[in-house]
Write a protein that binds this ligand. Structure first.
Ligand code: ADP
Ligand code: MG
Length: 259
């Protein structure tokens, strides 16, 4: 089984990266795409949103220092075919420490290589922190595709140039010549407002086909689910949020040929 690595990154926080990482991962697994979700944010939102503790020693921190293999950090979730490597606060130190290593940009890629080649996962999703620091750079250096979550709000595209610029840098400098922008997911879409429609229209004018057809609606349920440590599929199986992430997974599988 070949494995494709997706990095969900951009420097803005609160745009739906983590919500997308966990619910896309869950929906892919439900469609029998073996998926490994890796929480790369020291705040460990994806870890706790799935109901796991931020246990010291549970993140990739050790492996990034050559202490143990990433494989040992993989845990099973309540959903068959969805696996997780959690995060904890230790990971924050990586921002500083990685910069002192010679291979600092490709450290994560090397650590993930055995997981990629294990034949166990068809997709690896990296949930990056809301900053274009060392961790996100490593996430992009290790990925085949960047996925961007954009909130349907005024100035949605602000900052998009910066992350696109990083992709250009990493490809042209030869750090990760394979990296491509995989797609833009519009999040927190409010169908009652003209603003959401206008924002989607504007983003499509600039980015065309890169924008996924599926938009994720703004729903209270999606914001409540993490506090119960549940995916949207456990928290509200038949609501608009579940429906949207299911639809997104279907589109995603098709776009990247994951089956
Ligand atoms: P990021 O990882 O980009 O910082 P999150 O996924 O953590 O963003 O989302 C930020 C906040 O918005 C969280 O409280 C989350 O529960 C909430 N949220 C995310 N997506 C939606 C949505 N579609 N509708 C309503 N609230 C959402
Ligand atoms: Mg997040």
């Amino acid at each position: 089984m070949s494995c494709t690595v997706f990095s969900i990154a951009n420097q803005k926080g609160g745009v739906g990266k983590t919500t997308t990482a966990i619910n896309l991962g869950w929906a892919l697994a439900e469609r029998k795409v073996p998926t490994l979700l890796i929480d790369l944010d020291p705040q460990a939102n994806a870890t706790s949103a799935l109901g796991f503790e931020k246990t010291p020693g549970s993140s990739l921190y050790g492996a990034l220092h050559g202490d143990g293999a990433a494989e040992e950090r993989v845990i099973e979730t309540r959903q068959k075919d969805l696996f997780l490597i959690g995060s904890e606060v230790d990971l924050a130190a990586i921002e500083i420490e990685l910069g002192q290593q010679e291979d600092y940009l490709v450290r994560l890629r090397e650590v993930l290589k055995p997981l990629r080649e294990s034949g166990k996962y068809r997709a690896i999703i990296l949930d990056c922190p809301p900053a274009l620091g060392m961790i996100s750079m490593n996430g992009l250096a290790a990925a085949d595709y960047l996925l961007v979550a954009l909130q349907c709000e005024y100035l949605a595209m602000e900052g998009l140039g910066q992350i696109m610029g990083v992709v250009d840098q990493l490809t042209s400098a030869g750090v990760n010549p394979n990296l491509a922008v995989g797609g833009i997911l519009m999040t927190m879409y409010d169908k009652r407002t003209n603003l959401s429609r206008q924002v989607v229209q504007e983003v499509k004018e600039h980015l065309g086909e890169l924008v996924f057809d599926t938009h994720i609606p703004r729903t209270v349920r999606l914001s409540e689910a993490p506090s119960f440590g549940q995916s949207i599929f456990e928290y509200e199986r038949l609501g608009a949020g579940s429906h949207a992430y299911k639809k997104f997974a279907k589109e995603f599988i098709k776009r990247f040929g994951l089956k």
